[in-house]
Design a protein around this ligand. Structure first.
Ligand code: PHE
Length: 370
């Protein structure tokens, strides 16, 4: 009941003033004000938060605070006492303002220290495991990187062409004119009448030879697109194109290089064999088989009992292709090869469905660790 408005606003301030007046008269006003000051100091020092401190400050110095009440009562003080009284109460107000300012600083420092202690990270604690294991490289990326390593080691330079290609680079310059039946070998996605999604990285052969005269040793990795979709074909896949043009390049150079490639990519004892084939841009053309790594050439389900697995197409660069690019076919000769990266990955890791490579099932992908 003592805390009601009447008490707070009238009675208590009056009481304080009367006591102040009494003490002033008695020459003991200092005592009373000192007590008030001591009380304020005690409360301010005990405040645990800036909010609590603010409330204490308001209790003394706020619009309805105790010290403000003392100042407001000034006019009630007899004129001769007023200067002394005013001086003392003002001194008290200044002292309390300083007190609160310094306490405020101390409390803020304490609060900051507390926040920092809460946010502290103990770097010596064991880390939290987010996943069972860290990410792994996709098998296609692995094989692509490995192929680049093998051929870069033989001195091949990387050259990348565009994925949207003109008919000229994808077909015509590769000795495959519009009415050529070989265009049917690759079911093509056309973007416009003239532009298409490249069906083969062989387009890169033309782009490079137009820019650079032999000697050339180019490796061109990239995505290619064909309207084709079954267990071993996908509408988008990766190819790795190779082109070597120089003086006196022969089919033997091609086979020697392919033997080395098979040995590093598959196994020490891997062999290659060339079978006659046809591509408009190579003459003669070959299909290249590698001895089956799963059975060592004896015959198994992977190689369908033959002991050999087809891995790429290749051949000697057709004279017409060299001519189309301004390279003299009487002075220079070359070989080219193109392989499917997914196909190599499937053989290397024994996969039976190309779709496994695009499903992104982490249980499958996690098997390919270092
Ligand atoms: N571009 C051919 C294909 O995609 C492969 C190939 C490349 C054949 C280079 C011979 C020479 O089937």
């Amino acid at each position: 009941m003592r805390e009601n408005r009447w008490y707070r606003e009238i009675c208590r301030p009056m009481h304080v003033v009367h006591r102040a007046l009494f003490f002033i008269k008695q020459g003991e006003s200092m005592n009373d004000l000192t007590q008030l000051q001591e009380r304020a100091i005690e409360e301010a020092k005990a405040a645990q938060s800036s909010r609590a401190l603010y409330e204490i400050k308001m209790k003394y110095l706020g619009r309805t605070g105790e010290v403000t009440a003392l100042l407001k009562r000034m006019k009630e003080i007899p004129a001769e006492e007023r200067p002394a009284y005013g001086k003392q109460v003002n001194a008290l107000r200044v002292a309390l303002e300083e007190l609160f300012a310094s306490c405020e600083e101390a409390v803020k420092e304490k609060e900051l220290a507390f926040r920092i202690s809460q946010e502290k990270v103990d770097v010596t604690m064991p880390g939290k495991r987010v996943r069972k294991q860290k990410g792994t490289l996709h098998p296609v990326t692995r094989v692509k990187n490995q192929l680049i390593d093998i051929f870069a080691g033989m001195g091949f330079e990387i050259f990348e062409g565009p994925e949207i290609e003109s008919e000229y680079y994808n077909f015509t310059a590769l000795n495959t004119p519009a009415d050529h039946p070989a265009r049917d070998m690759q079911d093509t996605f056309y973007v416009t009448d003239e532009f298409l999604l490249r069906t083969q990285t062989s387009a890169g052969q033309i782009r490079l030879m137009e820019k650079k005269q032999p000697p050339i040793k180019m490796l061109s990795p990239g995505r290619v697109f064909r309207s084709d979709d079954d267990a071993t074909h996908s509408p988008m896949f990766h190819q790795m194109e190779g082109l070597v043009v120089d003086k006196n390049i022969t089919l033997c150079d091609l086979q020697g290089m392919l033997d080395e490639f098979a040995r590093v990519m598959f196994s020490e004892t891997s062999k290659t064999r060339l079978r006659p084939s046809y591509f408009p841009f190579t003459e003669p053309s070959v299909e290249v088989d590698v001895s089956c790594a799963a059975c060592g050439g004896k015959g198994c389900s992977l190689c369908k009992g033959t002991g050999w697995i087809e891995v790429l197409g290749a051949g000697m660069v057709n004279r017409r292709v060299l001519e189309n690019c301004g390279v003299d076919p009487d002075e220079y000769s070359g070989f080219a090869f193109g392989m499917g990266v997914e196909r190599i990955a499937m053989l290397k890791y024994g996969m039976n469905n190309i779709k496994l490579l695009t499903e992104n099932d982490t249980r499958f992908l996690e098997q390919f660790k270092d």
